[in-house]
Design a protein around this ligand. Structure first.
Ligand SMILES: *[C@@H]1O[C@H](CO)[C@@H](O)[C@H](O)[C@H]1NC(C)=O
Ligand SMILES: *[C@@H]1O[C@H](CO)[C@@H](O)[C@H](O)[C@H]1NC(C)=O
Ligand SMILES: *[C@@H]1O[C@H](CO)[C@@H](O)[C@H](O)[C@H]1NC(C)=O
Ligand SMILES: *[C@@H]1O[C@H](CO)[C@@H](O)[C@H](O)[C@H]1NC(C)=O
Ligand SMILES: *[C@@H]1O[C@H](CO)[C@@H](O)[C@H](O)[C@H]1NC(C)=O
Ligand SMILES: *[C@@H]1O[C@H](CO)[C@@H](O)[C@H](O)[C@H]1NC(C)=O
Length: 394
């Protein structure tokens, strides 16, 4: 009887030990199964069904498929870092009905099925894909999977270290409850209108260690929506030329508070290396807007002065010429005067003739008599025009 109990107990112990997969460690108290660097080629079958935390890291599991995690309905945390995973098939995690945290860091994901992250009831709250998007195709796959996965409860997304250069507009829109978005250590160069559209609940946005040389007006307007968000922008190669003026002003005046605003440093030009971007004035940034105006003003003044000098010189030369030729000019003027007098006398004479009604045509009688003398009619009109000025001049 005694020995039978013993055998039973031993059987139980051996059964319990056996239920932890080969080369893995199982902690019953914490309901944790750990298979670290165990040279596994696939997810082990014999994982205890009551496990809550499952850590399978540092193995060589290249492909995950539907069914890999069946019978583990109580797992809430799944860490699959560093397994060389290249492909995630459709509905891989769909039996993990309480899965809250999925860590897939440091895997070369080449292919992500559109329904890779679909789990009934959308329990997923954290998805970490650090250094795991192999190339741009993988990013596109991920965006599709985020949309198809209906990850409406996702609170935290980590896409750090993925060489991301561009975030397609609206890529986070299927994640309406996202609180923490980590985009550290990528190669992002710009934020555009729509980059973060649909992200309404954000608490933290980490853009540290990217390739921003500045953030354009458009980008600043896009970030304006993040009032109250912990926004990190450090370790970017900011170029402190006049183009950085808007951003420098924005850092001071926006309602959006940049968490590391005092630790944003210029990378170039060399003279401003490691100078804080926030403290820079327009002058230091090389915005010569006003000075430019002064310069054009000055050159305008100079050109007026020059013009004056030239005109003065021309005037002096003219006077000199006149002076040197004074005799000739006097003679010339006298001749002109004489000529004028002759002409005017001629006019006076003709005027007298015009005023004689017998000789001139009737200027008012248009309909009546035909003109006797074309020549005198011509002279008459001429005289009427010239009469007054010639009197005035004399
Ligand atoms: C999973 O958790 C539920 C609720 O905590 C519990 O009732 C059930 O027995 C657990 N399943 C296993 C296989 O441990
Ligand atoms: C996942 O596993 C890796 C490798 O063991 C470890 O460094 C990391 O801290 C784990 N992450 C989480 C969230 O448990
Ligand atoms: C990404 O890598 C896969 C596998 O090597 C390849 O088929 C695909 O064309 C690559 N995509 C891009 C955009 O380079
Ligand atoms: C940044 O990302 C690259 C590429 O994924 C990685 O090799 C590097 O270790 C990361 N650096 C830091 C500081 O995270
Ligand atoms: C951003 O895009 C939306 C819709 O695409 C448009 O209505 C809005 O005017 C744009 N805003 C700016 C500042 O360009
Ligand atoms: C921003 O504020 C700091 C002090 O908080 C000031 O030294 C700096 O000149 C300001 N920069 C701009 C661009 O207004």
């Amino acid at each position: 009887m005694m020995s039978l109990t013993l055998v039973c107990a031993m059987l139980c112990v051996s059964a319990c030990v056996a239920s932890c997969p080969l080369r893995c460690e199982c902690s019953e108290a914490q309901r944790t199964v750990r298979c670290a660097s165990a040279a596994l080629l696939q997810v082990p079958d014999a994982i205890p069904s009551d496990a809550i935390i499952l850590i399978i890291t540092g193995n060589a599991i290249h492909r995950l498929d539907h069914g890999a995690f069946s019978g583990m309905q109580n797992v809430t945390h799944l860490n699959l870092s560093n397994n060389g995973i290249m492909e995630i098939g459709s509905h891989t995690f769909s039996s993990l009905l309480t899965l809250r945290s999925l860590i897939l860091n440091n895997n070369p994901l080449v292919l992500i099925h559109p329904e890779a992250f679909s789990v009934p009831g959308s329990p997923l709250q954290e998805l970490s894909l650090r250094s795991s998007l192999y190339n741009y195709t993988s990013l596109m796959d991920l965006i599709t999977a985020l949309r198809w996965g209906e990850l409406t409860n996702l609170l935290r997304l980590d896409l750090s270290g993925n060489h991301l250069v561009l975030l397609p507009p609206g890529m986070f829109a299927p994640l309406p409850n996202l609180r923490h978005l980590h985009l550290r250590n990528n190669s992002l160069v710009a934020v555009y209108n729509g980059t973060f559209s649909g992200v309404g609940e954000l608490l933290e946005l980490d853009l540290t260690g990217n390739a921003f040389r500045t953030i354009s007006d458009e980008g600043l307007r896009e970030l304006e929506r993040f009032i109250g968000v912990r926004l990190m922008l450090g370790q970017n190669p900011y170029v402190c030329t006049c183009e950085a003026k808007e951003m420098a002003n924005w850092l001071n005046s926006s309602k959006v508070k940049v968490g590391d605003a005092d630790r944003l440093y210029c990378k170039s030009p060399a003279a401003l290396h490691d100078v804080s971007l926030r403290g820079l004035s327009a002058q230091v940034l090389g915005c010569y807007g006003k000075v430019h105006e002064e310069i054009t003003d000055l050159s305008l003044q100079t050109s007026y002065v020059f013009l004056g000098l030239v005109l003065g010189f021309v005037g002096m030369v003219f006077i000199l010429v006149v002076y040197l030729n004074r005799k000739g000019i006097k003679k010339w003027i006298a001749e002109i005067y004489e000529a004028c007098q002759n002409v005017l006398e001629g006019y006076h004479h003709r005027l007298e003739m015009d005023s004689d009604p017998r000789l001139g045509p009737d200027s008012h009688g248009h309909q009546g008599r035909p003109r006797v003398d074309q020549r005198s009619a011509h002279i008459s009109t001429d005289a009427q025009i010239t009469q007054i000025p010639s009197d005035v001049t004399l």
